[in-house]
Write a protein that binds this ligand. Structure first.
Ligand SMILES: NC(=O)c1ccc[n+]([C@@H]2O[C@H](COP(=O)([O-])OP(=O)(O)OC[C@H]3O[C@@H](n4cnc5c(N)ncnc54)[C@H](O)[C@@H]3O)[C@@H](O)[C@H]2O)c1
Length: 359
C-alpha cells in the first residue's frame, strides 16, 4: 500500500495535533510538505516533525508535492483561499473549524467542490469519539425513543490577553466570538445528533471583554425532529465545561468535558421502566475512542483511500455554520430566524455580524 501524500497549510498551534495524528498512522501516510507565511515557524515545524519540504505559498506546494490531501490549519480568514486552490487543483482538502468566515464564502467552496473531482471536509473532532457514535447507534436502533429536549453549553474562560492575538475577537478575521470560535464544536455535535434546525432565537452580549465580537450568546433552537435545545456560548465562565444533554422519551444522555471527551465523560440515565432496554444497548455500543483529531483523521484517510465522501461533508458543515449565522442574525435583528431568512439577500449570509452588531 503506497502512503497517502498529505500536506499541511499553516504551521501554528493546532497544526501540531494534525501532524501528530497523521504521523501516528505510520506507513499509511507521508507528510510531504507544509506551507506558512512565517518562515521561521515553518522551518521549525518542518524540522521538528521531519517534513522534507516547506513552502511560502500554496501553489508551489501543490505543484511540487502533488499531495492527495491537504489539511488547512491557518486562521479562519485564510481557510477559503487555501481550500479553493486545493479544490481547483483537484486535491482533497480538510479545513479546521470554523470552515469559513461567512456562509457566502462557504458557498464559494461548495461551488468549487461541485466543479472539482476532489472534496471538502471540515475538522469537527467531537463527532468521532465513541460516545457520540454510541448515542447515534442507539438513536438509529430506536432504543431511546423520540428526542425531546437538549442542552448545549460551551462555557469556557478566555482572559483579555487571549484576545490580544491579532486575528482573534474580530468579525473580519475570526467571523465571531465564542459562538463561532468555540461553541461551534458543541453546536456541530448538537447538529450531528439532532439534524436540521428550523428556528433560532438568541441574544448576544459583550459582558466583560474588550473585543469587537460577543463574549457570550444564549439561544434556543427548534429542530425538524420536534426537539428543542438551549445553547450557551461563553468565554466568561471560570469553571469551564462543554456540556451536551439529550432527553429522549426513554433516557437522558449526557457528556461533560472541556476540550475532548472519552467514554468516562458520558452517562446515560434510563427513564423508569426502561432500564432493561437502554442499559444493555448502551454497554454493547462502540467504546474506546476519544474525541481527538486523530479519530477524524482516521476516517478522512479512509475516505481518500476508498474514494468515498469525507467526514464531515460540506453540506453537514454548512448546516453547522448556518446555525451559528442564525444565532447572530436573531441576536442582532432581535427576532426568531428560520433557514429561509439566511439566503444570499440576508446581510448575515454575507457577514456573520450582518449589517452590524446591536448590543
Ligand atoms: N479543532 C480544534 O480543536 C482547534 C483548536 C485550536 C484551533 N483550531 C482552529 O485552527 C485554526 C488555526 O488556529 P491556531 O490556534 O493553530 O492558529 P495559530 O495562529 O497558532 O497558527 C496559524 C498559522 O497559520 C499561519 N498562516 C496565517 N495565514 C496564512 C496563510 N495565508 N498561508 C499560510 N499560513 C498562514 C500563521 O503564520 C501561523 O503559523 C483556526 O481556524 C482555529 O479556529 C481548532
Amino acid at each position: 500500500m503506497e502512503p497517502i501524500r498529505v500536506a499541511i497549510i499553516g504551521t501554528g498551534s493546532v497544526a501540531r495535533s494534525h501532524v501528530q495524528s497523521l504521523q501516528s498512522r505510520g506507513d499509511e501516510v507521508e507528510v510531504v510538505g507544509a506551507v506558512d507565511i512565517d518562515g521561521d515557524r515553518l522551518s521549525a515545524f518542518c524540522e521538528q516533525h521531519g517534513i522534507p519540504n516547506g513552502y511560502d505559498n500554496v501553489a508551489d506546494l501543490l505543484e511540487k508535492e502533488q499531495p492527495q490531501l491537504v489539511h488547512v490549519c491557518t486562521p479562519p480568514g485564510a481557510h477559503a483561499e487555501a481550500a479553493l486552490k486545493c479544490l481547483g487543483a483537484g486535491v482533497n482538502v480538510i479545513v479546521e473549524k470554523p470552515p469559513t468566515l461567512t456562509l457566502a464564502e462557504f458557498d464559494t467552496l461548495v461551488e468549487a467542490e461541485k466543479e472539482s473531482n476532489a472534496w471538502l471536509a471540515t475538522l469537527f473532532q467531537h463527532r468521532f469519539g465513541s460516545g457520540a457514535l454510541r448515542l447515534q447507534k442507539l438513536m438509529a436502533d430506536g432504543v431511546l425513543g423520540r428526542p425531546l429536549v437538549a442542552i448545549c453549553n460551551t462555557v469556557w474562560f478566555r482572559d483579555q490577553a487571549y484576545l490580544d492575538v491579532e486575528w482573534r475577537g474580530r468579525w473580519d478575521t475570526e467571523g465571531g466570538g465564542p459562538t463561532m470560535g468555540h461553541g461551534i464544536h458543541q453546536i456541530d455535535l448538537l447538529s450531528a445528533i439532532m439534524g436540521q434546525w428550523t428556528e433560532v432565537s438568541a441574544i448576544a452580549r459583550r459582558q466583560a471583554r474588550t473585543t469587537d465580537t460577543e463574549d457570550v450568546t444564549m439561544g434556543t433552537v427548534a429542530f425538524a425532529n420536534g426537539a428543542i435545545a438551549s445553547v450557551v456560548n461563553s468565554i466568561l465562565s471560570p469553571r469551564e465545561e462543554s456540556y451536551l444533554r439529550f432527553d429522549f422519551e426513554y433516557a437522558t444522555v449526557e457528556v461533560s468535558h472541556v476540550y475532548g471527551y472519552g467514554d468516562e465523560n458520558w452517562t446515560i440515565t434510563p427513564a423508569k421502566g426502561y432500564e432493561d432496554k437502554v442499559i444493555p444497548a448502551w454497554e454493547a455500543g462502540p467504546h474506546g475512542t476519544r474525541s481527538a483529531h486523530v479519530a477524524q483523521c482516521i476516517e478522512v484517510l479512509k475516505a481518500v483511500r476508498e474514494g468515498t465522501p469525507p467526514p464531515v461533508t460540506s453540506s453537514e458543515s454548512r448546516r453547522t455554520l448556518e446555525l451559528v449565522a442564525a444565532t447572530y442574525a436573531s441576536a442582532f435583528q432581535r427576532r426568531p430566524i428560520r433557514p429561509e431568512d439566511l439566503g444570499p439577500d440576508s446581510p448575515f449570509y454575507q457577514r456573520m455580524e450582518g449589517d452590524g452588531p446591536r448590543w
